[in-house]
Design a protein around this ligand. Sequence first.
Ligand SMILES: Cc1cc2nc3c(=O)[nH]c(=O)nc-3n(C[C@H](O)[C@H](O)[C@H](O)COP(=O)(O)OP(=O)(O)OC[C@H]3O[C@@H](n4cnc5c(N)ncnc54)[C@H](O)[C@@H]3O)c2cc1C
Length: 442
Amino acid sequence: MSRRTWANWARTVRCTPRYLVHPCSEREIVAAVLLADRAGLTVRAAGSGHSFNPLATTDGVLVDLTGFAGIENIDQDARTVTVRSGTSLSAVSAALLEVGLALPSIGTLAEQTVAGALSTGNHGSGFKHPALSGLVESLRLATADGTVREFSRDGTPELFRCALTALGTLGVITSVTLRCVPSFNLRVSEHSESLASLLERFEEWACSAEHVACSWMPWGDTVTSRFLVPTEEPATAQAARQRYATTVSEVKAGLIGLSAGLAPHGVPTLSRLLADRSAGPAGYVDAAHRVFTFPQPVKFVALEHALALPDVPDALNELRGVLRRAGRYSPYSVLVRVGAGDDVPLSPAYGRQTGYINLTVPRSAAFLELHRAVETVLRDFGGRPHWGKAHTATAEVLAPRYPLWDEFQRVRGELDPQGRFTNDFVARVLGPTAPGQLLERS
Ligand SMILES: Cc1cc2nc3c(=O)[nH]c(=O)nc-3n(C[C@H](O)[C@H](O)[C@H](O)COP(=O)(O)OP(=O)(O)OC[C@H]3O[C@@H](n4cnc5c(N)ncnc54)[C@H](O)[C@@H]3O)c2cc1C
């Protein structure tokens, strides 16, 4: 343990906890929670710090789970994998591949920890695919009183659902069992069309492939869709190169972002100058986990809201108007993804088929105003902000957007009656802890 500074991936958030703990066992995690209790400090769990906001910070006890990693068990018959909570999604995918299994859907990044991803509602894109939490069979949670409880969908449904996406406020997740599928390849194809034509048939587009996403530079009228379809075909020769094409365009956006900090109105011109006209649309086959993700060397800040699927076309049209009137743009495209609804009280996809609208901006202060303008539009359309991304919402704004908000708060009050698992940011987005009655025994 030592008094050192912790920073998130984007280097936009820092904290200097009294105790920075790197547990190597479940017992050490429990010890860290009890240390906080004895010292009257708050305690927060941190994964790989890929959240863009101060969710994981504390000046009390910070439990850094990145060293608590590894596969505990793979059950090939049941098709499940049990992992320590600090295991990265990339490590899970690599271990599964060796035994012919895979996760059915993940987001664009694989470096975050399983528990951090679950806790913030991490998702990929696919009309039939819920967020990562939809794959969880059971999890173990070290709670404020120093006990470790196991929650599962069958055994303790309410506690289980609440613990799946809880922003680290119910305790420290120590291990997670995830459902898998046989490993599979995906065929990637791209198609460009006008934004207007895609929005006209948006819901049909959303279910036009197993995984669909589209990106759009808001100063233009063209949108590029990416379709991923499971296939029996083997990986194609140029797959590795194609995968890095996205990384290259992110690096270009990062470079434009550096200069655009001085001249934010010049983004469209710079982007056109750097556009790679030799590159045609992507078309290749590769293992699913390599298709979903790509290496991301550039630091940025992202904002993302989950909207009811039918609201997405109007929200994008409104966004276009607002951005064009302001004449300011990010060098990164607006990314639109889709997902199934779920029954997790704090999931941004709770209870509805969801369209996710993401805007990434460079870290420069020059782009803050742009983020605020976009957030206002998405909030007016009933958007629920991604818990791990940048946003300014408070508990007053958020509570009415989550029908099971009170159920979650009741469970939170029971599992953490003294409010140990909190910080200023958590207090802003969830409000204070309210002790109450536990509904289920675990
Ligand atoms: C480059 C990049 C790409 C991204 N792509 C996507 C994407 O495609 N889809 C998407 O949905 N999101 C995406 N995100 C957001 C990011 O994946 C999530 O915010 C995720 O939470 C980060 O996981 P982490 O391990 O870094 O958690 P952290 O950021 O370290 O922590 C996040 C939260 O989880 C809690 N937590 C962490 N570990 C535990 C634990 N063991 N027990 C209890 N609580 C815990 C923390 O207290 C905190 O509240 C992206 C972020 C970046 C930087």
